[in-house]
Ligand binder design. Sequence first.
Ligand SMILES: [Zn+2]
Ligand SMILES: [Zn+2]
Length: 304
Amino acid sequence: MSQTLYPETSRHSGFIKIINKSLADLWFFLRTNRWTSFTSETVRPMLILIHALALCAVFVRPTWKDLALFISLYLATGFGITVGFHRLLTHKGFDSPGWITALLAFLGTASMQGGPLWWVSVHRKHHQQSDRDADPHSPQYGFIHGHMGWMFKKGGLESYPKLVRDLATNKFLVLLDSGPLSIVPWLTTIIACYLIDGFRGIVWGVGVRTVFVWHATWCVNSVCPRLGSKPHKLRDNSGNVWWVGLWALGEGWHNNHHAHPRAAIHEFHWWEVDLSAYFLRILESVGLIRNVVRAGPETEIQKG
Ligand SMILES: [Zn+2]
Ligand SMILES: [Zn+2]
């Protein structure tokens, strides 16, 4: 991507520079119609637009219908990330039939965190290089970098195709990752929210919900290493934070997860609430998934 396609705004600084840069990105996004391209030029305006949409909630007092839409889509797209992208596609934490894999990948893509292959490749890189220089979102470069700043850095959205060769044979995942199908999950939720609840539905079911899920995911990479407890002594800084655990549907038990990356159940004690684990147990009990990996010696990484 040529850097000369839109002008730099070097004569400004601080907030003005960010606004100018964002407007330039937005113009580039609209002008080139790169709706399916996952680059910093398309991601930055998307982040800003969705946050702006969420801010409209200040003027749209929620009804029970708005809240029901928000909660149901938060759980559906959140589990798409935690159970689908993370515990199934990245770590192979359980076995599922093709239609469950496809449904979870569809829901994960609807959370607007990129396609499944890109997301998984970045997360596998993160586990491989935790808190080393090559970690895509280590908070060792600052809290904001670990939270969301890494996506704004040059090369921050790089994908690692070699790390997802196993998934590249699944045509549906490849279609969700790039090309026209990649925006179908977003459009589906946007249209459904509008049909159910009009503009209010878009504000609460798309704007607020997406921002809520985004920051939950990002807190795992920013808050957990900073504030988290570290019951497992590991090479990296991954930590457990109970409120991120609740908010991010169990992903806040991040130190547990780094100690046993393949385990699909992240709660090691009854008080470590992992809503994704509850969901997995339900799916397992009705026979929809099998071989759910629990923490044990075979899932433990080498300490030190
Ligand atoms: Zn991690
Ligand atoms: Zn992981």
